[in-house]
Structures are given as structure tokens and as C-alpha cells.
Ligand binder design. Structure first.
Ligand code: SF4
Length: 378
């Protein structure tokens, strides 16, 4: 089969043609045993590929098991309650992935009878599925010979071909796709794509850590021969993140926490959060704010918590936090609600940005209930 992408590449180094055989032979012995590799079920492949975006393998494994147990099919995922889905996703971050998975599951059920289409172009049209994910699903689950090029693969191919092209540019991805398409074995395209990724994950490591002495394709690697391994790949320096100061006010009344649902659009949309506002507020300013808004309930106590920070892709939150214990739940302001601790842990998805505080809720509420309750700084 002639792949139209091949014609767009002006030069494919002859050394690349020896890569598939060596790589496949290495992969058959070195591949990690991962739950999504137990079989080639398209739904499992798809879920794992979405979860693995921007997320480490070890982090994904328990989420993958829980997700498949809760939503074993596209039908189950399409019918899921959105908050139950977010709760399962809690801590994985990038919640738009979960949202798109559900939208795509609905399309798979509505348009393809509940089975992922055995077609690269059709996969590409599903929400949340780009060229890389469509290539992975098509090649791994359906043996369709298409490349799957992610950051790992770009790094490996920059080195194999000793290319100083900037891998942040779409033109470079296009060239790497063309190079892979030229050498992709027709019989085991999925295994080959996985083998390149595995090489990138285990051997051809980033930031000068490549383990070339153990590399199965060292003899085909032009960067190794030229002594350029540590200089490649070339990519844009990361953009400087915007830093934002925020004050978090965690209000606890006996057995309950005050939560707010974020808006439908924007960062962390529709997830639940503790009351928070931009800027750093002093303890006096927080007390004033609670009094002005009549939010002190019965007797209220205020305690300053250790600061924390959370890094998003393009944004960093520096957080100063306070704990407010109030003996009576004051009427919640618009958009807020009191939620029992059991309900929070069962059904309310709170972003990992607040993890430093969420992890302490149980301890704080227990302390509040205990008879020796006392706080400094009130
Ligand atoms: Fe990567 Fe080194 Fe192997 Fe080349 S020889 S592919 S740089 S690990």
C-alpha cells in the first residue's frame, strides 16, 4: 500500500529501514505489562490513550481500572452522570478529556452502534481524538497502518535521523509522520507504534538521559553516530506561566463543608471548589469579609493554613488559605451549598489544585467535633 504521506518527505535516511525489525524484536521482550495491553479492545485502547495524555503511566493505572469497572462500555460511559464521571477523574486533571470522552462515547453509540469505527478518518472526527490518538487506536486495535506521533516519538525520531528541526512546529510532526509511514510494517503497525513509544519511555529518555548503551536501534541512530544525542530534540523553550495569588477560605460547620460550583466554561469548569478569591487576604481582611457578608454563623473561629501552590499548563496558583469553623451553618450565598463530608467524598469532584486542603478535611471535621476543640489565632 502506498501511503500518500511518503511522497511529502524529501529524504528518508536509509538507516531507518532497519529500525522496525530490531525494535519489534526488542519490544517483544522489553514491553511493560500494562493493563491496557492485556487485549486490543478498541474501547480500552481509547480510554488508556486519553488518560495517558500529559499523565504518567503509574498514575493512570488505578484510574484505568476504576474507570473500566464503572463504565465498561461506550454505552455505559455515554449514559453516565457527568458528576460521577468527574468524581472518577478527580486528581487526573485536564477534565476536558473526560468531557470529550463522554461526548465521543455518545457519538459512538449514536452513529456506530456502540463500537468504535474501524476507520482512521472517522476516529479523527470524534471529540477529543486528534491525529496521535486516532493513529494509536487505528493501529493498535484495528491493525490499520497509520503513524501515531506524540512527543516521545518526535524525540526518538529527531535522534534517529539526527534532525535539528524544531519539534514544536507542525511541519516537523508532518515529516516524522512521513518517515514512520515509510517504514511502518503492514503486519504489526500497532506493535511498531507502541514499540517506538516504549523506546521513548524506557531508553531514549529526554533531557540528556538517553540510555544509548542499552538501545536496540543504536546502530541505526544518526545522532548517536554524530555525537548529538544530548542536543536533540530541538524545541521551543516553555512559555512562562502566569502566576496568580489566591485566598482560599474553607468553611466548616458541624459535619459539612461549604462548596461552590465553578462556571460552565473556563478553567476547571463545573467542578466544585472552596470559596476563593483573587489576591492575598490577611486574617483581619477575611474576618471583615465574613462579617460584612453575614457569613459567620454562630461562633466562628479562623485559622490560617499552610500556603500551597498548584501548577496548571499555563498558569500557577499561589494559595494562602484559611479554615473557618462555624458552630451554625449560615445561609449559603448564591451558587454555594453546604455538603456533608460523606457526600463530598462520594460525589463532588474537587480539582487537585486544592488537594493540599481536601486531604485534610476529615481531620479538620473530626477535630471540630472533638471536645478539646481549640484554635489559635481567633
Ligand atoms: Fe535514542 Fe541513544 Fe537509541 Fe539513539 S542510540 S535512539 S539517542 S537511545
Amino acid at each position: 500500500m502506498t501511503n500518500p504521506e511518503i511522497s511529502s518527505l524529501s529524504h528518508i535516511p536509509s538507516s531507518l529501514y532497519a529500525v522496525p525489525e530490531r525494535l519489534l524484536s526488542w519490544y517483544s521482550k522489553a514491553a511493560r505489562r500494562l493493563p491496557w495491553r492485556e487485549n486490543r479492545d478498541p474501547y480500552r485502547v481509547w480510554v488508556s490513550e486519553i488518560m495517558l495524555q500529559q499523565t504518567r503511566v503509574e498514575t493512570v493505572i488505578p484510574y484505568f481500572h476504576r474507570f473500566l469497572a464503572a463504565f465498561p462500555s461506550p454505552e455505559a460511559l455515554a449514559a453516565a452522570d457527568e458528576m460521577a464521571l468527574f468524581k472518577l477523574w478527580e486528581g487526573l486533571g485536564y477534565y476536558s478529556r473526560a468531557r470529550n470522552l463522554q461526548k465521543a462515547a455518545a457519538a459512538v453509540v449514536g452513529d456506530y452502534g456502540g463500537k468504535l469505527p474501524r476507520d482512521y478518518e472517522a476516529l479523527l472526527k470524534l471529540p477529543g481524538i486528534g491525529e496521535y490518538t486516532a493513529g494509536s487506536i487505528a493501529s493498535i486495535a484495528f491493525d490499520i497502518p497509520v503513524p501515531a506521533v506524540d512527543g516521545n516519538v518526535l524525540r526518538v525520531f529527531s535522534r534517529l535521523t539526527d534532525s535539528f528541526e524544531n519539534i514544536s512546529l507542525p511541519a516537523t510532526t508532518k515529516n516524522v509522520r512521513a518517515a514512520i509511514a515509510a517504514i511502518l510494517p503492514e503486519k504489526q503497525p500497532g506493535k511498531f507504534n507502541q514499540a517506538i513509544m516504549e523506546l521513548g519511555a524506557l531508553i531514549c529518555l529526554p533531557r540528556g538521559a538517553a540510555r544509548c548503551a542499552e538501545c536496540p536501534v543504536q546502530s541505526c541512530c544518526l545522532a548517536f553516530q554524530a555525537g548529538h544525542t544530548a542536543e536533540l530534540p530541538v524545541k521551543e523553550p516553555p512559555k512562562k506561566r502566569k502566576s496568580e495569588n489566591r485566598t482560599i477560605v474553607i468553611c466548616i460547620s458541624p459535619g459539612q463543608i461549604l462548596l461552590h460550583q465553578r462556571p460552565e466554561r473556563g478553567l476547571l469548569s463545573q467542578l466544585w471548589e472552596y470559596p476563593n478569591l483573587e489576591g492575598f487576604l490577611s486574617p483581619q481582611a477575611v474576618r471583615r469579609l465574613l462579617s460584612e457578608r453575614n457569613l459567620r454563623g454562630g461562633s466562628a473561629r479562623l485559622m490560617q493554613l499552610p500556603p500551597s501552590r498548584h501548577i496548571f499548563t499555563h498558569l500557577e496558583w499561589q494559595m494562602r488559605a484559611y479554615l473557618v469553623f462555624t458552630t451554625e451553618a449560615f445561609p449559603p450565598p448564591d451558587g454555594f451549598q453546604w455538603v456533608s463530608l460523606q457526600e463530598v467524598s462520594r460525589a463532588y469532584a474537587i480539582p487537585s489544585a486544592f488537594q493540599a486542603y481536601t486531604g485534610q478535611l476529615e481531620r479538620w471535621t473530626a477535630r471540630f467535633r472533638s471536645s478539646d476543640f481549640s484554635l489559635p489565632g481567633d
